[in-house]
Design a protein. Structure first.
Lengths: 115, 116
């Protein structure tokens, strides 16, 4: 079974600074997808970024980037130039690409941004 | 706005009752997924439908059932409700059957169910 672990229940960052959220996962598959979702107080689940396991290049979306270490099964999210609107719960998620039917989510990291 | 709609936004009911949650996927999306999020926890996969057919079940209780209709909207039925069923229920949709490399799930705003 695939499991996703987020070891940081809470993190805080000063506005305009950089913060990194950690995620590790366990799988025996070689091909899969990884995602970071943001859940603000509105509770909406918003896709932040995704990474295909077969790609060596780390995904980047504006101020958000990942550090994907396949051998270590690690998938961290870096938020640069943090903004107040980045405050939210962040969930790491794993999905197989073959015969996939669901995503497995970590328990989440609550990010606070201090002005 | 993801394009996925869910109704109602909030639902308050009593133990033992039955409720129906509704989800309309993004235009053109054939897959619908249901997830449950209990308080301050991650999402748990419940069930996946593709083009009207059930594709997979996750941690879904026997008291829960779902279906996807010809117009592709989906309903999640929760019966004999218990206090522990109080949670946020998300629907997500994607274009494909779940095996495509470009398949990304887009989430609706969720339905908050409170069982008293």
């Amino acid at each position: 079974a695939q499991t996703v672990t987020q070891s940081q229940p809470e993190m805080s960052v000063q506005e305009a600074e950089t913060v990194t959220l950690s995620c590790t996962y366990d799988t025996s598959e070689s091909d899969y997808y990884l995602f970071w979702y943001k859940q603000p107080p509105s509770r909406q689940m918003i896709l932040v970024i995704r990474q295909e396991a077969y790609k060596q290049q780390n995904a980047t979306e504006n101020r958000f980037s990942v550090n994907f270490q396949k051998a270590a099964k690690s998938f961290s999210l870096k938020i640069s130039d943090s903004q107040l609107g980045d405050a939210a719960m962040y969930f790491c998620a794993y999905r197989r690409t073959l015969n996939n039917n669901d995503m497995r989510f970590g328990a989440g990291t609550r990010l606070t941004v201090k002005p | 706005d993801s394009g996925v709609t869910q109704t109602p936004k909030h639902l308050i009911t009593a133990t033992g009752q039955r409720v129906t949650l509704r989800c309309s996927p993004r235009s053109g999306d054939l897959s619908v997924y249901w997830y449950q999020q209990s308080l301050d926890q991650g999402l748990q996969f419940l069930i996946h439908y593709y083009n009207g057919e059930e594709r997979a079940k996750g941690n879904i209780l026997e008291r829960f059932s779902a279906q996807q209709f010809p117009d592709l909207h989906s309903e999640l039925n929760l019966s004999s409700l218990e206090l522990g069923d109080s949670a946020l229920y998300f629907c997500a949709s994607s274009p494909f059957r779940g095996t495509e490399l470009t398949d990304t799930q887009y989430f609706g705003p969720g339905t908050r169910l409170t069982v008293l």
